[in-house]
Design a protein. Structure first.
Length: 488
């Protein structure tokens, strides 16, 4: 090991820093090859164009509070393009916000609102909506929207694990979009408790369409009908026919799937431009891809392929904070994948997230317990040490619940991880990266950022012009200083 480093050092000195092809490049090239990387998970995919009328209407729906039963929460509440396709919060606040249009830091739950406790209302971090076309297998941190094979279909919480949901549509993004609408804390609110999942979907669709149960609740339904007729190319179609929950799901999926952001320096590098990323990032990449026995951190073990995810479920003992999903003795834990499969061995497992654009998708982890990439990577290099030294001060969001119980609750996952290691199961191993190695890995992770996702002008296409909806339901987002999110 040491000999290798000295040898590498000597050859590096001989080759000289000015050379465009470094030792790191040669080694990385082999790893890129052996991992079958192309640099672009969306290569060969049919990506909907954001300028297409379907994606445009999907965007307007995504930004509309009319899909929240109480008309105070939209998809964009927790998934704004300017906030990395998330909400910049450890844990989201959906319905019952003090100011529904204020997104990100400073968003608060209204004191008079149902289940107010001073903190965030949703128990898991909002993942990014970017690059979902790259996911083949499952969505949600526990994968409860999942492709099923033979026969092909998608299982959802409506149908149950491994059972195909006949209403799930044909792609993961659309299938997923039918669920936030059914969650009281996310979009449904608390004034329509009598309605089951399907009833609330049909209700919001009928309201947008101005027919049936929701008739007359919006003043100007022609705003929507006109767009549905254009997007679905049915100039004389009726609202009942066109404005259905199934079409709404399809259209939102088109919008989300148009969020293809894979043009990053790493892709350029994989395609031969050796100066596309820094030497520091190259060292980080080597650590990322190399096995632990060779001095690497073996991140690729789980963050594999061009998606940087195996789309499988692992226990990496993320710090447990927030309200939790009702699991454990006190009901403040989240058992992750176990909640879907009921398998004891799935306790504390969560889906490996993609690392594309990870720089802008924080806070990180399924409950946003880490607010810096450095801390997150440090955790992955030794979870037990990280939990012992967890810095609660990094949580800048007000009122996150059960932080005082974090150690006790997370140690259960640590214990499970240690048991699995003893049993020689295929689990996360400690790589014990040094501080400078962590910097290198973070530097590599930053090469996975598409320049568009940090460019307000570029992102304009994914944000509707302000004040389009005559019903006043469009969520035109502002930050806590009152600044508009996006230029328009
Ligand atoms: C109050 C915040 C909130 C709102 C509103 C919301 N989401 Fe989410 N979204 C989340 C959270 C939290 C998760 C993760 C939940 C989980 O894994 O259990 C999530 C997960 C997702 C995912 C899965 C991504 C992945 O990689 O697994 C997609 C896609 C998504 N939401 C799209 C939408 C759409 C479309 C809407 C509107 C119909 C919407 N969201 C409304 C918070 C929200
Ligand atoms: C055993 C599989 C496994 C290995 C090995 C692994 N990860 Fe992860 N990683 C995961 C899982 C699972 C999560 C999500 C955990 C959660 O949310 O509870 C995750 C989360 C992350 C996140 C947060 C992403 C987000 O969007 O929240 C980052 C960053 C990350 N890993 C980087 C790394 C790095 C760097 C390494 C190597 C040092 C590594 N991981 C090794 C499985 C793994």
């Amino acid at each position: 090991m040491n000999k290798l480093i000295i040898l590498a050092g000597i050859s590096f000195a001989i080759l000289g820093c000015g050379n465009s092809e470094s030792v790191n490049d040669t080694e990385l090239e082999k790893l890129i090859h052996s991992n079958n990387l192309t640099g672009d998970v969306l290569k060969g995919k049919v990506i909907p164009k954001i300028t297409d009328t379907k994606a445009q209407l999907g965007m307007n729906l995504f930004f509309s509070k009319s899909l929240g039963a109480d008309r105070d929460s939209a998809c964009v509440t927790c998934h704004h393009p300017m906030l990395g396709g998330g909400d910049n919060l450890s844990l989201p606040i959906g319905t019952g916000a003090k100011n529904p249009n204020l997104l990100g830091v400073g968003r608060m739950h209204d004191v008079t609102s149902t289940h107010y406790d001073g903190g965030p209302t949703v128990p898991r971090n909002a993942p990014t909506t970017f690059n979902m076309l790259g996911c083949k297998h499952a969505l949600f941190h526990d994968g409860r929207i999942e492709h099923v094979v033979n026969p092909n279909g998608i299982s959802t919480p409506d149908s149950g694990y491994t059972i195909i949901d006949p209403l799930a549509t044909d792609n993961l993004a659309s299938a997923q979009s039918r669920f936030p609408i059914t969650s009281p804390e996310e979009m449904k609110g608390f004034n329509h408790q009598d309605k089951d999942n399907q009833a609330v979907r049909d209700y919001v669709a009928s309201r947008v369409g101005g027919y049936g149960e929701g008739k007359g609740e919006l003043n100007n339904t022609n705003y929507w009908l006109k767009q549905f007729r254009t997007a679905l190319n049915q100039p004389t179609g009726t609202a009942e026919k066109l404005i259905t929950e199934q079409n709404i799901a399809m259209l939102i999926g088109e919008y989300e799937n148009s969020q293809a952001f894979t043009n990053n320096p790493w892709k350029e590098y994989v395609n031969g431009n050796k100066s596309a990323i820094s030497e520091e990032a190259k060292r980080g990449a080597l650590l990322f891809f190399k096995p632990i026995v060779d001095g690497g951190a073996d991140c690729v073990h789980c963050h594999s392929g061009d998606l940087f995810s195996d789309e499988e479920f692992h226990n990496v003992a993320m710090p447990q904070i927030g309200r939790g999903k009702g699991d454990g003795d006190e009901g403040i834990e989240d058992f992750g994948r176990f909640r879907v499969t009921g398998e004891e061995s799935d306790k504390y497992k969560f889906r490996t997230p993609s690392l594309l654009n990870v720089e802008v998708t924080g806070p990180w982890g399924h409950d946003g317990a880490y607010t810096s990439l450095e801390a997150m990577v440090k955790h992955m290099s030794n979870p037990k040490e990280a939990i012992k030294n967890y810095d609660k001060k990094q949580l800048t969001q007000v009122g996150i619940q059960n932080v005082d119980k974090m150690t006790v609750n997370t140690n259960k996952a640590i214990k499970q991880l240690e048991k699995d290691r003893v049993a020689k199961l295929d689990v996360l191993e400690d790589s014990n990266l040094s501080a400078s190695e962590i910097e290198d890995v973070v530097s590599f992770l930053r090469t996975l950022t598409d320049s568009c996702v940090v460019d307000e002008t570029c992102l304009q296409k994914w944000i509707p012009k302000r004040d389009l909806d005559p019903n006043g339901d469009q969520l035109d987002a502002v930050d806590k200083k009152g600044n508009i999110l996006g230029l328009k």
